[in-house]
Design a protein around this ligand. Structure first.
Ligand code: FEO
Ligand code: CA
Ligand code: CA
Ligand code: CA
Length: 514
């Protein structure tokens, strides 16, 4: 790939090399604008941008590619940069509030000015925060059940890793590693680990968590339609030895119904993948109880407990959804190597899954799996699969995480090597985390070309194109995370004048020529 042959960021570029510079590096001819960094005011009320930005989603205003709403996830906070250290008496009320306020998501209004620079419009009537203090309605079979201690509303969303968009202009944000915040803030774990839905343009639309999509360490969602018009949502569970899921609605999508299509996420079937059989297994109470009715039952890999203990846990469909990861393993779904993002190819309906790694089984660099649903129907209950690309020296990337497609059929992959292992041992050759472009067909199929290199300790997350692909939004998460103190900072990215610490920030990447 040489030079520019199109006016799209997703067009041609000269790949960069692995790097250890404390910069967000891009190929020659491309630049980035910092749209919002941790602590920046996002609206006239004075709400501020949260910490550790992750997933992004762009919602055009009046069909524009140069003005729209940008949803941004905020995954977790830092003691050093956000709350300060925990005191002998535990977290203060103010620290707990900071912990919850700076997670969740931001809705920004963003635009490209006449000089081609992307900015945030802080006078926006839409810009607002959703965070760990926002009240959510619970929907679906577990809402109000004993499995969630009878709750029909719950406070806050946090640990928001990746997400997805719906066909009806809302965003789904995924609660991943919720345990830490639950334990630090004294919250009920069964109220977190869900997929939450928000309508960025409609502040009055009640934000909700959909229990029908199951509770686990949700990485993201990817929504498509079955051949007969039902909604299908693919989901990863980012934990070692965890399963790949899909949800199929009972009702059919109706484009005229707008936001009311949200009901489709309240009534349907949750499945998990059995790789060996090539089958999607429905997670139903009947199926779980049938397995447990066998007096000779013994716990499969990954499940801890006796048959009596399991029978006590699984009494309603709400219990199956709250303990979806255990139910999946009980029913024979396959434990895999940390399934992160799942994306449906817009070209052939094959489904790509990033398995980031799993050092307990020697899968150090991870891989990307590709599913072929039977007859190309997303509602199929049978599938075949291949390993599409393997991490390692040969492909040039390690620890694939978020995925997105461009209109040329390339898969864009960001990597998430942990800060503590980066640049050491078998990770040395990869340099910092990066953004790679991998063709899914043609001569260069499976070859990774590097498009971006992250600042020190950072991870690049949430790549999202505008519909015309002239802009790529990217969230730079946890620069300087390995810093031991304010006096020994490992990064100062984004290197803003007068700043005294590194800041997670979301950027817009464009080419100089367009
Ligand atoms: Fe938060 Fe699964 O990465
Ligand atoms: Ca992730
Ligand atoms: Ca992360
Ligand atoms: Ca990750």
């Amino acid at each position: 790939l040489f030079g520019f042959k199109t006016n799209k960021v997703s067009g041609y570029f000269n790949p960069i090399s692995h790097s250890t510079e404390d910069q967000l590096l891009l190929p020659p001819g491309f630049k980035y604008d910092v749209i919002a960094a941790f602590g920046d005011k996002i609206n006239e009320r004075g709400d501020t941008f949260g910490f550790n930005n992750d997933y992004t989603a762009f919602f055009p205003i009046d069909g524009s590619n140069e003005r729209g709403l940008l949803w941004v996830n905020h995954e977790y906070v830092s003691e050093l940069f956000v709350t300060g250290p925990k005191g002998a008496g535990g977290w203060t009320a103010a620290q707990t509030e900071q912990m919850l306020y700076n997670q969740g998501g931001s809705i920004l209004e963003v635009y490209r000015d006449q000089n081609g620079v992307w900015k945030m419009d802080t006078k926006s009537k839409y810009a607002r925060r959703i965070n760990g203090l926002t009240m959510f309605k619970l929907t679906g079979p577990a809402a109000g059940s004993q499995a969630v201690n009878g709750a029909t509303t719950v406070r806050g969303t946090f640990a928001n890793c990746s997400g997805g968009v719906t066909l009806w202009n809302t965003v789904l944000t995924c609660e991943e590693n919720y345990e830490d915040t639950c334990s630090e803030a004294g919250l009920n774990e069964t109220h977190y680990g869900w997929v939450a839905e928000i309508a960025p343009f409609e502040e009055k639309w009640e934000v909700r968590k959909h229990t029908a999509l199951g509770r686990f360490h949700h990485e993201n969602t990817c929504m498509g339609l079955s051949k007969d018009g039902r909604v299908v949502v693919y989901m990863g569970d980012d934990k070692k030895d965890a399963c790949v899921y899909k949800y199929i609605s009972n009702g059919k999508y109706d484009s005229a119904a707008g936001y009311n299509n949200s009901k489709l996420l309240e009534d349907g079937t949750l499945y998990a993948a059995n790789f060996k059989a090539g089958k999607w297994v429905a997670l139903t109470l009947e199926a779980v109880q049938k397995v447990l009715s066998n007096a000779k039952w013994s716990a499969p890999f990954g499940v801890k407990g006796t048959r009596e203990e399991m029978l006590a846990i699984f009494q309603t469909q709400g219990d199956v959804l709250v303990h979806a990861d255990e139910a999946a393993l009980l029913l024979g779904a396959t434990p895999t190597d940390r399934p992160e993002d799942v994306e449906i190819s817009p070209f052939d309906n094959t489904v790509f899954i990033a398995h980031t790694n799993n050092d307990t089984h020697g899968n150090i660099h991870g891989h990307v799996t590709r599913f072929f649903e039977k007859d190309g129907d997303l509602a199929a209950t049978e599938f075949d699969f291949e390993i599409f690309a393997a991490g390692g020296r040969q492909s040039g990337f390690s620890a694939p995480d978020n995925l997105t497609f461009d209109s040329n059929g390339n898969l864009w992959i960001v990597t998430d090597m942990s800060g503590s292992s980066m640049n050491k041992g078998v990770f040395t050759s990869f340099g910092h985390n990066g953004l790679y472009v991998v063709p899914t067909s043609g001569k260069a199929k499976g070859e990774a070309l590097q498009f971006a290199s992250a600042p020190k300790d950072a991870e690049l997350t949430g790549p999202t194109f505008t519909p015309d692909e002239r802009t790529l939004f990217l969230a730079v998460q946890h620069p300087g995370e390995q810093s031991k103190s304010m006096g020994e900072l490992t990064s100062m990215w984004p290197h803003r004048a007068g700043d005294k610490m590194p800041r997670p920030a979301v950027v817009a990447i464009t080419g100089f020529k367009f």
